[in-house]
Design a protein around this ligand. Structure first.
Ligand code: UGA
Length: 430
């Protein structure tokens, strides 16, 4: 198949590389000239394990190409829409870029084409996409909604071995064609209509966010009653109806998806006059969870003014350089506001973090132990494996006050034995 992918962000790039790997001929289109130049030269602009190597391999096999020109659409059997739908100030998804991409793509449609929407879009958008295309061309087409479920950091394996593929279509013919395209990846296909497919995406992310906020509230109660939330989660997760994943208490969820999609779903509910109380609480709990660490540090150190706080981790989770809605941004802002100096270390996200937040009282250190030098507390905020293997005896030796705040409950209790470190987890007895 000839496939054109519009948008070379996370979703577009990974989708393009994976379909090339399945033997299709892919042309990725983006309006960003610099990005396309980099990608055409085999360099990726995001941090994603394995992606650059696979991209280069597919380029060598001459199955993957990059361009800024929409004319490439004219040869495509399938056009994949993977344009960003960022969050507006009121929480609503901003469809400006998507509409512009659809309208300019439609000019070049030639012969029957499947238009596969991968961008996360509010309910009703796929119908709207049909209208935008019809306003531009008389060529035959079918719009198909195929929401994306890949995670950053494991994007390639998630795309090549998806747990399910959701296909929202207007007719059985279009649905079957797109199901056949995905059959080499999985047999787990749900075929449905546009609106249900759009809702499955939001419902999935909102439910995962709910699990996280639930376990974070449990952690806060565990702190008060002297129970261990890690074991509580383990015990709960053994019940298959509950499941053990996404029950890790911590500093709250971040990233480009959960915060945006929960707000967008709230907006969708509001538009039909539905008061989604549970989702509101999930968002509120997540906001509060970012303030938890400030409370803990104030309890431990009395005041943060003039104190040195080491922060390990900047990205919203390990294996990515993405800091979008990273809880670390809010936490560091709180620390600075209290008058602390912040000594930071992250294996990949320094540059992106500095673009979002730079301050004379923040210093950066490649070596996490150097960041901890003279610190009054170390806060482990992103559980990169590099941080988890640090010798805690050495850590204690370099710190002024040996307090370790583990915002991810990632340090094993046995690592702490005889270190003399005062350990504070989330919902774990000290
Ligand atoms: C999420 C979903 O997991 C994907 O299925 C979805 O495709 C994607 O959003 C999207 O909509 O595009 P992602 O944002 O890459 O993927 O990251 P996750 O691994 O889901 O983590 C999200 C946040 O939740 C992170 O900040 C993570 O630290 C936090 N989290 C996760 C917890 O605090 N506790 C947990 O138990 C799990």
């Amino acid at each position: 198949m000839e496939i054109a992918v519009i948008g070379t962000g996370y979703v577009g790039l990974v989708t393009g590389v994976c379909f090339a790997l399945l033997g299709h001929r892919i042309i990725c289109i983006d309006r960003d000239v610099d990005k396309i130049d980099e990608l055409a030269a085999g360099r990726i602009t995001i941090y994603e394990p394995g992606l650059e190597e696979e991209l280069q391999r597919q380029q060598e096999e001459r199955r993957l190409f990059f361009t800024t020109s929409m004319t490439a659409v004219s040869c495509a059997d399938i056009v994949i829409l993977a344009v960003g739908t960022p969050q507006k100030a009121d929480g609503e998804s901003d469809l400006t870029d998507l509409e512009a991409a659809v309208r300019s793509m439609a000019i070049y449609l030639s012969g029957h084409t499947y238009i596969m929407t991968k961008s996360t879009v509010p309910v009703g958008t796929n119908e709207q996409i049909e209208k935008w295309i019809k306003a531009t061309t008389n060529e035959a087409f079918d719009v198909v909604s195929v929401p994306e479920f890949m995670r950053e950091g494991s994007a390639l394996s998630d795309t090549l071995k998806p747990e399910r593929v959701i296909i929202g279509a207007r007719n059985a013919h279009a649905s079957e064609a797109i199901a056949a395209l995905h059959r080499p990846l999985t047999e787990q296909v749900v075929e449905t209509d546009y609106r249900t497919a759009e809702m499955i995406k939001y419902a999935s992310n909102a439910f995962l966010a709910t699990k996280i906020s639930f376990i974070n509230e449990m952690a806060n109660i565990c702190d008060k009653v002297g129970a261990d939330v890690v074991t509580v989660a383990q015990g709960m997760g053994m019940d298959r109806r509950i499941g053990s994943s996404f029950l890790e208490a911590g500093i709250g969820y971040g990233g480009s998806c959960f915060p945006k999609d929960t707000h967008a779903l709230l907006q969708i509910a509001g538009d039909v006059d539905y008061d989604f109380k549970l989702l509101k609480a999930v968002i509120e709990v997540n906001k509060d969870q970012r303030r938890h660490i400030r409370k803990v540090l104030l309890q431990e150190l009395e005041s943060l003014s003039g104190k040195f706080i080491a922060v390990w981790g900047a990205s919203f989770k390990p294996n990515t350089d993405d800091v979008r809605h990273s809880p670390v941004l809010d936490i560091v802002r709180h620390l600075l506001k209290e008058g602390a100096s912040v000594r930071m270390s992250d294996p990949a996200a320094e540059l992106n973090f500095r673009r979002s937040l730079d301050h004379p009282l923040i210093s950066w250190h490649t070596d996490p132990l150097e960041a901890a030098q003279g610190a009054d507390a170390v806060c482990l905020l992103t559980d990169w494996p590099q941080f988890l293997s640090i010798d805690l005896h050495k850590l204690k030796a370099v710190m002024t006050t040996p307090i370790l705040f583990d915002g991810r409950n990632a340090i094993k209790q046995e690592q702490l034995v005889d270190t003399g470190i005062r350990y504070v987890g989330i919902g774990r007895p000290g």
